[in-house]
Write a protein that binds this ligand. Structure first.
Ligand SMILES: Nc1ncnc2c1ncn2[C@@H]1O[C@H](COP(=O)(O)OP(=O)(O)OP(=O)(O)O)[C@@H](O)[C@H]1O
Ligand SMILES: CCCCCCCCCCCCC/C=C/[C@@H](O)[C@H](CO)NC(=O)CCCCC
Ligand SMILES: [Ca+2]
Length: 494
């Protein structure tokens, strides 16, 4: 600042604020205001501070879990260098746990963590780490409320604590599909300003026994096989998915079975809509869909069997249930671009046996503007529940082998034990974790979740933003713990 104005306006304070720089990317900027009088400066600071304190949606105390081995193993560095300084600037205090083993965060959240003292929990990692948080919190909430997790008929009780994601994984699909980008700074700023987004959760069962929750992808066939292969190549980092994806594409296995599903008939909107559920300031498509007659007509056309379950038998290259778009850097529009984040449904995508060439066309359309569902061997249904039963029963010994992670020597092709045809079973990819059971039942899709790092879709949050459009926090010009005015000519706080 020129000396002249410093002399004329000797008091100053700095406001840090969120700036939208490009598309969905946010950055923290600041602006310094200079005043003639110390008292006036103090009054401004006091008033802004009061307004900030009144924003109850903003977290003050967070519990952070860092997976040091997710993605490119950069979790700790990302948190220390990019996120922690922003939390400090926003006067958010944190308790940080660097996980020591898989399921550390899940078990800590489920049993030990003193959750009452926190306004939210944050995970630094990928989809697997987020899944751990969901399992810890959702399980704890169901247990505290006497909900039987084993019953697919039961609806989940919503959790009150929100989860924030700082992306540091390999796919980061949950972060990308909710925020619009996988950028740690953007996510940290969403957490700071208290953004919230409810999200759907599916419970997955086998023989009336609870297996796992899923919030993004439940995929059998192609995505199950990619995951099973890639887990053996974790040392490759995020590139393992490209390698295993290519390999699985070449193997071109199909799987026989029966899919039964309960179509979501009482909703507006279809998986073929052109809208995107990634609410922001420019594109505000809310999850509770718009009252649109065109959408209503599409629902009727797509779901003529409105009253009950539908059953489809066949040979499938992939069976995917996308509870959200599953957009990620590999596929910016995702597996089901029009899926909604919190509408109590999942989009069931059935890819029937077809030629390698056609399957490649289908896969490539996930990365372009062309419609991946507009192909004769692909169908998509918006559903509330579904089941899958493989054509051939899976024996208990086979399940044991799979559960123990052993190679499936017993997995023979259906007609010719000695040849390399398609095996009888794939496994389910449940948000990036392998489920060895081929036969599963998915209970009612419910929305027991709130994320911290999401654009506003609640009217409450929108109001908050229009009242206080940008302020993240206040800082004096010179580094101090508390907000104070200072006399800029003397470089010392007054
Ligand atoms: N300290 C740890 N040591 C080993 N594994 C861990 C540890 N902490 C968490 N995990 C496990 O690491 C697995 C992968 O983590 P994460 O999801 O963060 O990264 P990723 O798999 O590379 O990313 P993505 O899920 O986005 O593809 C998760 O299943 C999680 O349970
Ligand atoms: C031969 C050309 C192929 C081009 C294909 C592009 C299609 C990409 C669609 C990507 C869909 C990602 C769905 C997200 C799944 C996550 O819950 C899971 C855990 O992070 N990731 C994977 O399973 C990792 C899945 C990675 C699949 C490649
Ligand atoms: Ca959904």
């Amino acid at each position: 600042m020129p000396q002249k104005s410093t002399e004329a306006y000797p008091y100053a304070f700095t406001v840090s604020y969120v700036e939208r720089v490009w598309q969905h990317r946010w950055r923290c900027s600041d602006v310094t205001f200079h005043c003639l009088e110390g008292a006036l400066c103090q009054q401004w600071v006091q008033t802004i501070r009061e307004q900030l304190t009144a924003l109850t949606s903003r977290p003050k105390h967070l519990l952070v879990y860092i997976n040091p081995y997710g993605g490119k193993q950069q979790g700790e560095r990302i948190y220390e260098q990019k996120v922690a300084p922003l939390f400090t600037l926003a006067s958010i205090s944190t308790d940080v746990i660097v996980t020591e083993h898989a399921n550390h965060a899940r078990d800590h959240l489920r049993t030990e963590a003193e959750l009452k003292q926190y306004d939210g929990v944050v995970c630094v990692g990928g989809d697997g780490m987020f899944s751990e948080m969901v399992h810890g919190l959702v399980s704890r909430t169901q247990r505290d409320n006497g909900v039987d997790q084993n019953s697919p008929e039961e609806k989940l009780v919503p959790c009150t604590l929100r989860i924030g994601i700082i992306p540091a994984g390999s796919t980061d699909c949950i972060c990308y599909a909710t925020v619009g980008i996988n950028d740690p700074v953007t996510s940290a700023l969403h957490i700071i300003v208290g953004d919230a987004q409810p999200m759907d959760v599916c419970s997955v069962h086998h023989n009336n026994t609870f297996l796992r929750y899923s919030v993004s992808l439940l995929g059998y066939g192609f995505y199950g096989d990619v995951l099973a292969d890639s887990e053996r190549k974790r040392w490759m980092g995020p590139a393992r998915y490209d390698f295993s994806g290519f390999k699985t594409f070449l193997t071109h296995h199909y799987y026989e079975g029966t899919v039964s599903f309960l179509p979501a008939t009482d909703i507006l909107g279809t998986p073929r809509d052109k809208t995107r559920c990634r609410a922001g300031y420019v594109l505000l498509y809310k999850c509770n869909l718009s009252n649109n007659i065109h959408n209503q007509l599409c629902s009727l056309v797509l779901y003529p069997h409105v009253w009950g379950w539908r059953v489809i038998r066949g040979k499938f290259l992939a069976i995917n249930a996308a509870s959200m778009s599953c957009a990620c850097p590999r596929s910016p529009k995702g597996l089901s671009p029009a899926a909604h984040l919190a509408d109590g449904t999942t989009d069931l995508i059935l890819v029937r046996q077809c030629s390698r060439f056609n399957f490649l066309r289908h896969l490539l359309r996930h990365t372009s503007k062309y419609d991946q569902f507009d192909m004769t061997f692909v169908e998509v249904h918006r559903v509330r529940r579904f089941r899958f039963t493989p054509r051939y029963c899976q024996s208990d010994s086979e399940l044991d082998l799979r559960e123990n992670g052993k190679r499936l020597f017993s997995q023979i092709c259906r007609d010719h034990p000695a040849c390399s045809c398609s095996p009888a079973y794939s496994s389910w990819n449940c948000d990036g974790e392998i489920l060895p059971h081929a036969a599963i039942e998915v209970g009612y899709v419910t929305t027991p979740y709130n994320l911290l790092c999401k654009y506003t879709v609640h009217s409450e949050s929108i109001q908050t933003h229009s009242l206080f459009p940008h302020f993240v926090t206040l800082q004096p010009c010179y580094k101090m713990d508390k907000i104070k005015t200072h006399q800029s000519t003397h470089n010392t706080p007054s």
